[in-house]
Design a protein around this ligand. Structure first.
Ligand SMILES: *Cc1c(COP(=O)(O)O)cnc(C)c1O
Length: 376
């Protein structure tokens, strides 16, 4: 079965893990800090804070920027649930915003403006598929309305400019992302003071960590703010340091595979639309989304592809349609998001694939679609 995504792990990750075990210092040591620095350098950021997940990173970004009870945060509904859930963690609430269009499934500034109220405090943009949102447009929007701008950059690790658009950003190293530490993430913030606050919030709001107390020979500490345990450990940092060295090359392979998909789909599957057709923006090519015609039964296509040895998924069931969010009283409708989400199909895309895998997927898809349409 050709999977939608797969991590690339090998001997160097194994060796890095063994070294950590042999060192007998397994959490929040030199490797975590080295990983933060190396990641910041690779991503073009001044600095970064390593965390246990991107979700934890989003929580810390909101907390560090002072978003709190009563505040509203504009978020795309076409995203993973963490983009919205993090607003509740700080007592704020999400306000869901539609996408621009089927071809440009990124949060719409026009719709954001319609849904803004005098309680709106921040916007979380998400670089769907790894395609960066319009930096200048979102900055101007946020600045003119005195809103904080946060990037959910889970799809965009390695894309030039990701993390430099907003006041803060969070990246993910979950197993299906462009690079992985199994679980893990990274936060950044434009203001060094905010980033310092985030660093402390990661470890219970304490003034020093275990290692600093050892180094400074001070047995005690103070707690100056509410914090959490969102630390990363040395084992995962060691894997991250190795993965980081391959990131640029993997993303280049993703770009080439995505381009092979575009050409093959254009030639062989006329009824299939590929979003970001006119995109000249930077992308980390995290996933390969396509859109089926409205009259095609997606479940039947998914089953047929599975029979042909090709896994597919859907990015995403819109957050505002999920039970928890519906039960929160969200009765809004986001027509473009809903149309996109019920026609979208995500094809396999990861750096272990080769061009012939792309052609095989397109073969199976073309054969499936030519066999006829199914009533929805
Ligand atoms: C994966 C993902 C997250 C969550 O990342 P974790 O590291 O698993 O917490 C958040 N937002 C988006 C868009 C994602 O794809």
């Amino acid at each position: 079965m050709l999977l939608v995504s797969e991590p690339s792990l090998g001997d160097r990750e194994k060796a890095a893990l063994l070294e950590v075990v042999d060192s007998n210092w397994i959490t929040m040591g030199d490797r975590v800090r080295a990983f933060e620095r190396a990641f910041a350098t690779e991503q073009g950021l001044p600095d970064a804070v390593a965390v246990g997940s991107c979700t934890a990173g989003l929580h810390l970004a909101l907390a560090g920027l002072g978003i709190g009870p009563g505040d509203e945060v504009l978020v795309p509904s076409l995203s993973f649930v963490a983009t919205a859930a993090c607003t509740y963690y700080v007592g704020a609430s999400p306000v869901f915003v539609d996408i621009d269009s089927i071809d440009q499934p990124l949060m719409s500034i026009e719709d954001a403006e319609r849904r803004r109220t005098d309680r709106t405090k921040a916007v979380i943009v998400m670089h769907y598929g790894g395609y960066l949102v319009d930096r200048d447009a979102w900055r101007a929007f946020a600045a003119a309305r005195r809103l904080l701008l946060i990037e959910d950059a889970a799809h965009a690790t390695g894309a030039t400019g990701a993390g430099l658009i907003g006041d803060a950003a969070a990246f993910s190293f979950y197993g299906n992302k462009n690079m992985t530490t199994a679980e893990g993430g990274m936060v950044t913030a434009r203001d060094p003071g905010v980033l310092d606050q985030i660093r402390r919030m990661r470890g219970h709001g304490m003034t020093s960590g275990t290692r600093e107390r050892l180094d400074a020979q001070t047995p005690t500490y103070d707690v100056t703010m509410l914090g959490w345990n969102y630390r990363l450990d040395e084992l995962r940092a060691a894997i991250g340091l190795v993965q980081l060295q391959n990131l640029a090359q993997w993303n280049e392979q993703r770009a080439q595979l995505a381009s092979a998909y575009r050409n093959a789909l254009f030639e062989r599957c006329h009824e299939v639309q590929v979003p970001f057709g006119n995109a000249r923006v930077a992308s980390a090519h995290h996933i390969m989304p396509i859109l089926l015609s409205a009259d095609v039964n997606r479940d039947a296509v998914v089953a047929s592809l599975r029979d042909g040895g090709v896994q597919t998924t859907v990015h995403y069931p819109p957050i505002h349609t999920l039970s928890f969010y519906r039960n929160k009283g969200s009765t809004i409708s986001l027509p473009k998001t809903e149309d996109f989400a019920c026609r979208e199909l995500t094809l396999p895309l990861h750096p272990k694939m080769q061009e012939h895998d792309v052609y095989r997927v397109v073969d199976v898809l073309a054969a499936t679609l030519s066999r006829g349409r199914w009533a929805r």
